[in-house]
Design a protein around this ligand. Structure first.
Ligand code: SER
Length: 350
């Protein structure tokens, strides 16, 4: 494949042509439902088969690997992609089992997409938008004492991740920033149209209609889904484990919002709705599902990962630059979204 540039006719179609990678995952499911509209063409891809419910909302679906750059080039040129939500990734717990594979997917896959998006920006003569979910796993706090002492972290603090996933995401944030601001900065004939990378660092995300897998923040959604289905749940972290959280509708809303902001001054933003401990969640769940059986059986390895993540995140940069405001606190999230939606979900599937 030639490196530069792609010889293509610039698009005459003003329609948004959106590529969603990792479309079979939890965020893909929520995002595609919200993205659906007549003036957007949605192309979904995933390594796994994309569920029927999501597939029917898309203009095209492709089963394929983000590590296959010829496949990516084929998909993006065929659909004249001008906006990308790159959701495909191996999450933190899964990545610790297969770190090299995680690096291939999380770094190489992202690099291929960024590189292609940069070349397409030039070919189309307009900047391809690249929306990238990063994570609180980019933070790596050395001790629990420091975690408690430092509270809500700003974007530049404690950037020493202890996981492959966190390290991968932190590097890809830098790569995205590079392609957006500094690409070929000393070369003659620098492209006029660079790509437009925007990234949100997500906290633990709770969805009512899908179950997570492979993450370390999975203990709260797992606890909720178990309570709603009457299964006993052994929580793999201590009761006093605190990290920040948001809900899937708020996460999707923030991703769509950062995509539409006019020239955000920063490439990377924290978001988060509230902080809560595993014990607080268990108590709040028991109030709403009195039959729930929740016990705490900490797993030393996974505990270490969440202990290195912040108690909370400072979201003032996002509030200032694009009026980010979370919708719900813990109680509101449970009563206005999670509990009613999760009950409805299991009524419908049973
Ligand atoms: N939810 C991610 C994980 O647990 C962290 O952002 O891996």
């Amino acid at each position: 494949m030639s490196e530069y540039p792609l010889i293509m006719t610039p698009s005459t179609n003003p329609r948004r042509s959106v590529l969603v990678t990792g479309a079979a995952g939890e965020i893909g499911h929520g995002l595609i439902k919200s993205l659906r509209s007549d003036d957007i063409s949605i192309v979904a891809m995933d390594l796994r088969e994309i569920p029927e419910e999501t597939r029917t909302l898309c203009d095209a679906v492709h089963v394929g690997d983000v590590c296959d750059k010829d496949f990516l080039e084929h998909v993006m040129t065929m659909h004249e992609t001008n906006e990308i939500y790159h959701l495909a990734a191996l999450l933190s717990s899964r990545a610790e089992h297969v770190p090299e594979t995680a690096h291939d997917v999380n770094v190489q896959g992202t690099f291929h997409l960024l590189r292609l998006a940069a070349r397409l920006s030039e070919s189309w003569g307009s900047r391809v938008k690249f929306i990238f979910p990063s994570t609180i796993a980019v933070y790596g706090i050395r001790t629990l004492e420091m975690k408690h002492q430092d509270g809500a972290l700003c974007e530049h603090q404690h950037l020493s991740p202890i996981t492959m996933y966190g390290a991968n995401k932190l590097y890809c944030e830098s790569l995205g920033r590079y392609y957006t601001r500094h690409y070929r900065q000393v070369a003659k004939g620098r492209p006029d149209h660079l790509l437009d990378f925007r990234c949100l660092r997500l906290p633990g995300v709770i969805a009512a209609d899908t179950r997570p897998s492979g993450g370390t923040s999975d203990y709260v959604p797992e606890m909720l889904h178990a309570a709603a289905t009457g299964e006993a749940y052994e929580c793999f972290v201590r009761e006093d484990t605190v990290i920040p959280w948001t809900t899937m509708p708020e996460c999707v809303e923030a991703l769509l919002r950062i995509a539409e902001v006019d020239s955000p001054p920063h490439a990377v933003y924290n978001i988060g709705s509230f902080s809560a401990s595993a014990g607080e969640f268990a108590e709040a769940i028991l109030k709403r599902f009195p039959e729930a059986k929740i016990s705490f059986v900490p797993d030393e390895g996974r505990q270490k990962l969440v202990d290195s993540w912040p108690m909370d995140v400072d979201t003032s940069r996002a509030s200032r630059d694009w009026a980010y405001a979370p919708r719900w606190n813990l109680e509101e999230a449970l009563d206005q979204y999670i509990v009613p939606s999760i009950r409805r979900h299991y009524e419908n599937v049973s």
